[in-house]
Ligand binder design. Structure first.
Ligand code: PGA
Length: 253
């Protein structure tokens, strides 16, 4: 049984006061009426992690970061380590988000190092993969996804692959209002699950949570979540409003 995970990726939004207010609002709503059978995660910007951790103290909402460096410490100006993230209460970290790949030039090799470091240090990486519109138009979607996943997990034992979450986020659907159809998303998720089974064995394939991301909103969350291989959502824009985020957490209702 894969417990659904609804994750908010706040990206570069929210000064500390705004971030704590948003986290507190989400927390209050979920404290009042808890959502059963779903994991809830929020991923604020680095500098808001500590105050948001305080705002969430004692709640079941999990905290995650949006990126991490693979080295434990040292001369890596501007970078943040796994231990620093754990110190402020992070249990998840997003790795290889398409904005990091396409705007910041992150490669599959960087993603691989980050995934390994996160797992080794007890953080659950949410490994993001997804094709560009040109790649989909050329019929290259599954080759791209396969390459990204194989390289993200390169050199990892099955037991470590089992400690990751995957997010399928077609790049053309991120922040564009264009969601993949539930059918398109399901096909890609099915492909990913079979691929994980090839890489790490059928049990890991069956147990791995695969989130969909790309213009998820309260209006489409339920239909996406109804697909057999969609185990949650990684939500950007629609996670910045407490009411809309909580509606997605309550997608079943
Ligand atoms: P979006 O972003 O929901 O705003 O499309 C999703 C993501 O980038 O994780």
């Amino acid at each position: 049984m894969r417990l659904p995970l609804i994750a908010g990726n706040w990206k570069m939004n929210g000064l500390r006061a705004e971030a704590t207010a948003l986290a507190s609002e989400i927390r209050t709503a979920l404290d009042r009426t808890p959502a059963e059978g779903v994991d809830v995660l929020i991923c604020p910007p680095f500098l808001a992690l500590a105050p948001v951790q305080e705002a969430l103290a004692g709640s079941s909402i999990r905290l995650g970061a949006q990126d991490v460096h693979w080295e434990a410490k040292g001369a890596y100006t501007g970078e943040v380590s796994t231990a620093m993230l754990r110190e402020v209460g992070c249990v998840f970290v997003i790795v290889g988000h398409s904005e990091r790949r396409h705007i910041m030039g992150e490669t599959n090799e960087h993603v691989n190092r980050k995934v390994k470091a996160a797992v080794a240090q007890g953080l659950t990486p949410i490994v993001c993969v997804g094709e560009l519109l040109e790649e989909r138009s050329m019929g290259d979607t599954y080759n791209v996804i396969e390459r990204q996943i194989r390289r993200a997990f390169d050199g990892m034992p099955a037991a470590d692959v089992a400690r990751t979450v995957i997010a399928y986020e077609p790049v053309w659907a991120i922040g564009t209002g264009k969601t993949a159809t539930p059918h398109q998303a399901q096909e890609a998720h099915r492909f990913i699950r079979k691929l994980v089974a090839k890489i790490a064995g059928p049990e890991v394939g069956e147990g791995t949570r695969i989130l969909y991301g790309g213009s998820v909103k309260p209006e489409n969350a339920k239909e996406l979540m109804a697909q057999a291989d969609i185990d949650g959502a990684l939500v950007g824009g629609a996670s910045l409003n407490a009411e809309s985020f909580v509606r997605m957490v309550r997608y079943r209702e």
